[in-house]
Every structure is written in structure tokens, then in C-alpha cells.
Write a protein that binds this ligand. Structure first.
Ligand SMILES: [Cu+2]
Length: 182
């Protein structure tokens, strides 16, 4: 009788332990509306955007991303440096407990540096996310054009200035030309 009980409790402990292993951070993250940005052949970089929702009661850090479509993949943010938006690499992107972090043009993003292929609208690409506990999630996403958002460049000067900040929010590639305009 005693022996049966100890075997039972042992198997209970084992199943609890394997449950703990199963409940990894990748499983606690829901990804919605992912997309990669269309770039012409020869473009130095593209970017991937998505909304990350943390279903757990603990903050979760996205610590790395990888993709077969780019030579280097980095986690990036934008900072406002005296009115000029600049990108910089970050070590992680945190998704708050029971909260949401949005990766979007002008904010946090996954930088796809050195695309190995032209990224054209209609294609599907995948990006692998790595979380702090080493768990992974592969996200497949459409390539979308955000060209419409750069049309602001054709606006008259006064309107262009008003649109200025907004525009930075959408266009990394134009950073240099913005600096010249100042
Ligand atoms: Cu970037």
C-alpha cells in the first residue's frame, strides 16, 4: 500500500514537472498582425512588425529574432535625437505581464539587415522569435508595402513640416534625407 502511494506521488511530481517545462514563454505569447516591409532589390534592410500579447502574469522578454530572409536580424527601437528619429539596437523587447507590446513603424521593430532576396508584396516570410527562457516561436507573415506612408514627401513644404514627425514614424530609409532638409 505504502509503495503504491509513493509511486503515485512520484508520477504526480513528474507530470507537474513536465507541465512546468511545457509552459514556456513562447507559449504565453500571442502574436497578431505580423508583417514584413516590402523593400526593392538592393535595399540595405527591411523590418518586421507585429503585436505581442503576454498571457502570463510575468513580464517576458523577447531576446532575439532570426530569419532566413536576412543576413543579420536585430531588435531595434527608435529614439528622438533632437527631433531626428534614429534607430538603435536593443538587447531585448519586453512584453509586460498580461500586457501588449506593439512593434510598429517608428517604434520597436525587428530589423532585417541585408535581405537575401527582394521582399515583394504578396510574399510570405517567416521570423523566428527567441524568448528569455530559450523558447522559440516561428511567426510567418505577409510582406506588405508601406509606400503609401511615404507619399508625404510630395506635399508642399509647410504641410511637409507638419507631417514631419509622423513621417519619421514610418520611414527608416529616409532618415538621411530628413537630416539634409534641416
Ligand atoms: Cu531598425
Amino acid at each position: 500500500m505504502k509503495k503504491t502511494l509513493s509511486i503515485l506521488s512520484l508520477s504526480l511530481i513528474t507530470s507537474l514537472a513536465s507541465f512546468a517545462v511545457m509552459a514556456n514563454q513562447a507559449d504565453d505569447i500571442d502574436v497578431s498582425a505580423p508583417f514584413a516591409r516590402e523593400v526593392p532589390p538592393g535595399a540595405p534592410a527591411s523590418a518586421s512588425f507585429m503585436t505581442l500579447e503576454n498571457k502570463s502574469a510575468q513580464a517576458i522578454k523577447l531576446t532575439a529574432a532570426n530569419s532566413t530572409v536576412a543576413q543579420t536580424v536585430e531588435l531595434h527601437t527608435h529614439t528622438n535625437d533632437n527631433g531626428v528619429m534614429r534607430m538603435r539596437k536593443v538587447e531585448f523587447i519586453e512584453i509586460p505581464a498580461s500586457g501588449t507590446t506593439e512593434l510598429k513603424p517608428g517604434g520597436l521593430h525587428i530589423m532585417l539587415i541585408g535581405p537575401k532576396q527582394p521582399l515583394k508584396m504578396g510574399q510570405e516570410v517567416s521570423v523566428d522569435l527567441t524568448f528569455e527562457d530559450g523558447s522559440h516561436k516561428t511567426v510567418s507573415m505577409p510582406v506588405k508595402s508601406i509606400k503609401g506612408m511615404t507619399m508625404n514627401h510630395k506635399m508642399p513644404m509647410n504641410e511637409q513640416n507638419e507631417m514631419h514627425n509622423e513621417e519619421h514614424n514610418h520611414e527608416h530609409m529616409m532618415e538621411h534625407s530628413h537630416e539634409h532638409m534641416h
